[in-house]
Design a protein around this ligand. Structure first.
Ligand code: IDP
Ligand code: MG
Length: 149
């Protein structure tokens, strides 16, 4: 089992897309293990996007991501890091296939509504950056035996 960090960005929250995004992860069969609705600080976002530090959009991105509420979540499931990235679509919504979250729900690269960890190592790093151990809930969904052989 893997865990990944997913966040509905301020544009996704403002556009009322938290429910739609959660629905897609639930219906795929993934298990929600932590979630919080919060406003992040610019420093926190600078940490989160540290690997993009040298990009021209880094400053604006971190400012934007801390400008309003985000819905931060940790989801669990088999191969979830890769599968969630496929569900998200490409970074640029214009390159994202219809059926993906970005391909269905947004238009612009700077307003692409959702974040998802891109590797297992980054997922671990991001989960630690956003959540404390006591914020996780452990339970067995009744669907578990029908999702996995
Ligand atoms: P990702 O969100 O698909 O992992 P990253 O390359 O990690 O994409 O970039 C992080 C975020 O930075 C993107 O989701 C997008 O919001 C923003 N971003 C990436 N490239 C550009 C750009 O060329 N212009 C403006 N914003 C960008
Ligand atoms: Mg990324």
């Amino acid at each position: 089992m893997e865990r990944t960090f997913i966040a509905v960005k301020p544009d996704g929250v403002q556009r009322g897309l938290c429910g739609e995004i959660m629905k897609r992860f639930e219906q795929r069969g993934f298990r929600l293990v932590a979630a919080k609705f919060m406003q992040s600080s610019e420093d926190h976002m600078k940490q989160h996007y540290l690997d993009l530090e040298d990009m021209p959009f880094y400053g604006g991105l971190c400012k934007y991501m801390s400008s309003g509420p985000v819905f931060a979540m940790v989801w669990e499931g088999q191969s979830i890091v890769k599968l969630a990235r496929m569900m998200l679509g490409e970074t640029n919504p214009a390159d994202s296939k219809a059926g993906s979250i970005r391909g269905d729900l947004c238009i612009n690269i700077g307003r692409n509504i959702i974040h998802g960890s891109d590797t297992l190592d980054n997922a671990k790093r991001e989960i630690d950056l956003w959540f404390k151990a006591e914020e996780f809930v452990t339970y067995t969904p009744c669907s578990q035996a029908f999702l996995y052989e």
